[in-house]
Design a protein around this ligand. Structure first.
Ligand SMILES: Cc1cc2nc3c(=O)[nH]c(=O)nc-3n(C[C@H](O)[C@H](O)[C@H](O)COP(=O)(O)OP(=O)(O)OC[C@H]3O[C@@H](n4cnc5c(N)ncnc54)[C@H](O)[C@@H]3O)c2cc1C
Length: 386
């Protein structure tokens, strides 16, 4: 290379550096959108793998452990303490960030389920600590575009970023069904006993739609407070998570913990006298809903909208891949499995997200520029298995 060419190349390089500095578009290998349990898992594992802090951008408006942190701390969980311990143990960064977490969890009965606060607190500590290790933006993602092999991200606070890989851990919100004009008690409020008791009076007849974990908890809470009548509209019979020796029947969809105990021993055997259960048909709704003064929909969750993306966008339910370099995880993009009895299960919950991330991150990383980190992941995974 002669002197002239070298000089031309050097000035071009300086121009490029200056331009990228002036354009104030951050460049990152990874953008993780969402700081609920699923986003926390991804950031933790990326840090475990030695991903440089400036290579990770983490975006969330709250950084408070998603819906769990915001609404469900007091809710009876469906996860045994031993599984929370396994969850923390699966990630070195979690243990570094919350050194007392394992000891605290070990104070609880390992085989029992407790209110979610027992895991929300360590997750808040982990979030605060990991936020110091990576680049965070406390804002909403407002735009996502793919061009020139890169994802361009725009946020509500004006932050822009070009990322090689984007992980959407953006969560879901409770589905509302519009059955009646009677006032709705939002599910997030109904799952908080204090707020629920402030929302009903002894004159109310409250409709509860659904028959899974959240619906059963709301029925239990209502039956323990002064309320007129409770009418439960159900479509499916109760199913219970059952240990089949080596695998769990209805591992995600089945009732567990407090909800399972109450459904089995109270609802199915000796229901409260002010509670009626009716099969959720159009005819039944026409007959019973006019009696109801309030309604709670506990009928599932819908994915939070992702700006710039089709709300019904498909994803690979095995790998979480949405598009090249775009991946989904968590309650919005759950892994789907068929259990040995042929039931389709959406794998939701901290341990499922961790397991899925441990399995999928090597695949998500398998590109030219990040190949070296795959080696580290294999080593980490071997340690976990042992
Ligand atoms: C009654 C009940 C009991 C439960 N018990 C358990 C249990 O015992 N164990 C268990 O493991 N799980 C339990 N769960 C499930 C658990 O709460 C959810 O699976 C979990 O919260 C989902 O985590 P997530 O990270 O996928 O989503 P979320 O918690 O919804 O977090 C998503 C995050 O993404 C952010 N976000 C959304 N859109 C954007 C955007 N455009 N830009 C930036 N950020 C965005 C949100 O602000 C939020 O912080 C329970 C749930 C309920 C309802």
């Amino acid at each position: 290379m002669n002197f002239k060419t070298a000089r031309r190349r050097a000035s071009k390089l300086i121009m490029l550096v200056l331009l990228s500095w002036l354009s104030s578009v951050y460049a990152a290998q990874w953008a993780v959108v969402g700081a609920g349990p699923a986003g926390i898992v991804i950031v933790g594992l990326l840090l475990d793998l030695g991903t440089p802090r400036e290579d990770i951008v983490w975006i969330d408006p709250e950084f408070n452990v998603g819906r769990m942190g915001q609404y469900y701390s007091t809710v009876p969980g469906n996860t045994k303490t031993s599984l929370y311990i396994e969850f923390i143990q699966a990630c070195r960064t979690f243990q570094d960030c919350a050194p007392g977490a394992l000891q605290e969890l070990q104070k609880y009965e390992l085989a029992l389920e407790y209110p979610l606060s027992i895991i929300v607190k360590p997750l808040q500590q982990i979030t605060a600590c990991m936020s110091q290790k990576v680049t965070t933006q406390k804002t909403m993602l407002t735009g996502l575009e793919f061009a020139n092999d890169t994802w361009h991200i725009e946020c509500a606070n004006g932050f822009e970023c070009d990322a090689q890989r984007v992980v959407l851990a953006t969560g879901s919100y409770p589905r509302s069904l519009n059955y009646t004009n009677s006032p709705e008690i939002p599910l997030d409020c109904a799952l908080n006993q204090q707020l629920l008791s402030e929302s009903v009076t002894p004159d109310d007849t409250v409709a509860v739609v659904g028959s899974a974990h959240s619906a059963v908890l709301v029925l239990k809470f209502l039956s323990e407070m002064p309320v007129g009548r409770i009418i439960n509209f159900y479509k499916k019979p109760f199913v219970y998570t059952t240990d089949m020796g080596g695998w769990l029947l209805y591992s995600s969809s089945g009732l567990k913990g407090v909800a399972a105990e109450w459904a089995k021993n109270v609802l199915e055997k000796n229901p409260p006298c002010n509670l009626v259960r009716v099969y959720n048909s159009e005819k039944a709704r026409a007959a019973w809903l006019p009696l109801c003064t309030k309604i709670v929909y506990a009928a599932g969750y819908d994915r939070n909208p992702i700006p710039g993306c089709n709300p019904d966008m498909n994803y690979d339910t095995q790998t979480g891949k949405i598009a090249p370099g775009l991946f989904g995880i968590g309650i919005a993009f759950p892994e789907v499995i068929i259990d040995p009895a042929g039931n389709q299960e959406h794998k939701i919950g901290l341990n499922s997200f961790m397991q899925h991330a441990l399995e999928m991150l090597p695949e998500w990383m398998r590109t030219k520029d990040v190949l070296w980190r795959f080696k580290e992941f294999e080593e980490l995974f071997t340690i976990q298995v042992l």
